[in-house]
Ligand binder design. Sequence first.
Ligand code: SAM
Length: 218
Amino acid sequence: MRTLSRSAVRAFYDRLGRGLDSQAFYENPALDDLVREGDFASARSVLEFGCGTGRLAARLLATHLPPNAQYVGLDISPRMIAISTRRLAPWRTRVRLEATAGSPLLPAADASVDRVIATYVLDLLPEPEARAFLGEARRILTPGGRLCLVSLTFGESGPSRWVSRIWMALFRLHPILTGGCRPIRLAPLLDPAAWCITHRRRVQSFGVSSEVIVARPT
Ligand SMILES: C[S@@+](CC[C@H](N)C(=O)[O-])C[C@H]1O[C@@H](n2cnc3c(N)ncnc32)[C@H](O)[C@@H]1O
């Protein structure tokens, strides 16, 4: 299935800027679930792929992570990195933000990170890149670490089924119409030989369905 090129993704999110936060109304219930289930209180190092405006990072740093935990945020959009740099300034000594070329290769050593986060990002990527990211997440997570994912997914009943059908129809017309995102199924992307899923939930908000996954390396 055709997805947006990296340069189109960068241009879209550079233009969108702070407007990205307007999606919080449907994203927050799924992010709340992830924050509850991700055991962030025991994490000393966190890497977020596609950190956007730094909304989730600010919440984790302010209330959930231990005071000495380090955070790394990566994003393909330099504008997102500029916005998150301002938002995360109160924690600047513990935060590193990096504008990337969009590669799923993660700039961290093997077994060095306690939490790898990607929220509403894998639903933008071509499947082989999503799988490459998951391979990288597996490589950099510590043995007791956790992979923390949220993605758009397919609604299964009532209005949410219609919302995801319309979403897919727009995406097929042109991915730019949905900011490059489309509903996907996360769980089948996780190789059972590499991951043990410890939490999986479908969360619906305003008719939009999200899949939340927390997994440990096997
Ligand atoms: C829908 S937004 C989600 C942002 C944030 N994670 C959230 O939940 O609010 C997708 C973000 O992923 C970034 N992104 C998309 N493709 C990327 C890639 N290949 N590498 C790094 N960042 C990427 C975009 O620039 C954007 O900031």
